[in-house]
Design a protein around this ligand. Sequence first.
Ligand code: IPE
Ligand code: IPE
Ligand code: MG
Length: 244
Amino acid sequence: MESDFICATPRHVAIIMDGNGRWAQRRMLPRSHGHKAGVDALKIAVRAARELGVQYLTLFSFSSENWSRPEGEINELFALLRLFIRRDLAELHKNNVRVRIIGSRYRLPSDVLSLLVEAEKLTRNNDAQTLIIAFNYGSRDEIVRAVKLIAAKVDNGELCAEEITPELISNHLDTADIPDPDMIIRTSGEKRLSNFLMWQSAYSELVFVDCLWPEFDKTAFSQCLDEYANRTRKFGGLVKDTGS
Ligand code: IPE
Ligand code: IPE
Ligand code: MG
């Protein structure tokens, strides 16, 4: 008998795609080349997730703190997002992928906003895989926005403070209808969350790999799934004695 805590394939994998800059620097190339190579790795990861049976894939593409980077680099990252949606949305749609965007829409240029809305609208009924792009995303910002929504409901009498539960808070986050990530992968050897899915990752398995994001391929993805399969998830409880 399998224990309730033995995990097979994670339903939801979230990835902190880190190390584009270092990948470029090691090749004496400008950082922008690293970001371009990062988009190629992103496409490989979306396909690999589908082939490996991962239903939800979240990719951290631009953080609310990345605004502190030089303007030229920010413009590059926005240009790559535009290009990705313009060039690859049709293919994602053809593969029955539902696209969701999480993060703040504040400060986003209006053409980027329209592309994001279009991507979500076109693919909303697809059900082979859900690709969640975290763009202009930061957990603290997301939680602040959720708290403001809840406070407004308390203010206008729609809710009373006693009705605030963890589920209610979850339902006011950008990820409202998305299951919590079972595993969070971070590439590049850094071992931190950098303000990514901090509420949702309460019981996620954290996997840190040394390879830089542009080097992350299907084999690397598959190795992370093997690592996940060897973890014991307990959610604060006890592992059942299987008697073996
Ligand atoms: C990740 O790579 C991409 C973004 C944060 C947008 P980095 O640009 O952070 O690469 P490193 O960490 O400088 O190598
Ligand atoms: C996290 O990487 C954000 C993304 C991958 C989009 P960073 O490179 O911005 O994180 P820090 O600054 O090393 O914590
Ligand atoms: Mg980085």
